[in-house]
Design a protein around this ligand. Sequence first.
Ligand code: MG
Ligand code: ZN
Length: 380
Amino acid sequence: MYGKKLFLAFILLSFLTTCRSPETEKTPLFKPGKKAKNVILMIGDGMGLAQITAAMYSNRNRHALEQFPIIGFHKQYSYNDLITDSAAGATAFACGVKTYNNAIGMGPDTTAVPSILEEAEEKGLATGVVVTSIITHATPAAFFAHQPLRVFYEDIATDLLSQEVDFIIGGGRAYFNQRKNDDRNLVAEFREKGYLIYNFNEDDLSNIRVNPNRNFLYFTSDYQPPSIEAGRNYLPFASRLAADYLSKHSEEGFFLLVEGSQIDWRGHANEGKRLIKEALDFNNTIKRVMEFASKRDDTLVIVTADHETGGMAIEQGSKMGRINAKFTTNNHTGSLVPVFAYGPSAELFGGIYENTDIYHKMRQALQFDDIAEISGALGK
Ligand code: MG
Ligand code: ZN
């Protein structure tokens, strides 16, 4: 009698194990604590769960994020506001401090705080930034600049010149070579520093033969790059190009920031259909990055947002492939923000934690020595 029960339990157990195996095969887990040589942080600005779901249901019920084995949530609030802006949100990721809305790479007392990109550069890793906004916009800026206000675009461009970011693609050339606050031509100064510089109106990105030994800067526009609807299409290709370039640029590994900047803007405008196009472009970008990362065992990929934008909901009456989005605000909202992680040390990103912990977890994954006192001194 007892033996029969045991036998049935065994049958049931083996049945359950068989059912589960395809799932676990799809998303390989790395040995916990394995060092990440490379980190790719992908930020879909304003991309909450509704934005991800809308993209998935507009893409035959598939999303590149489904291959990520670890999922967590971060608390997005800033130092002075329960709802962050993109400057404070990016500073939390980049520097590990909660700061006031509008601050770029500075703590609440306006002291500059070192960023993970700067630390990576200092340690000999290659670094890159690929965005669909101006390069000097809040999200990328927090990784290489230190300014009290996000609107200081020309000063942010000057800060970028003082760094050694190896690979840069984004808009906003005007803040480099048509400046109002001084007569400097930063494009020329970047060239003098050894950068190979390319421009949207002269060079097609896909035709450029990239030299992995030279620093690379490609301007996609004079001011903000166009939307997907207006013909922009470079983000998936540029992100993959960046990963390939950076993996050849240094033996030590790399840190790459990729931002789908315009999901947020369509959220502010409450434009559901256009928002979904931007979210689908970001989905394609994740797909391209995962083609790089899934072939190797040394690259940690993290996908998250700084905050949700628009208070977006998928409305009653929506159908698979035909999503109607409804919005509750023209601004950001304060919900928890999802985080998806793949690769070595991905397990660190499960659970619920502060947005500043993303910085600490990335440093832990890269096995950077602990210098938390530097940021701790700034009243974190
Ligand atoms: Mg942004
Ligand atoms: Zn926004």
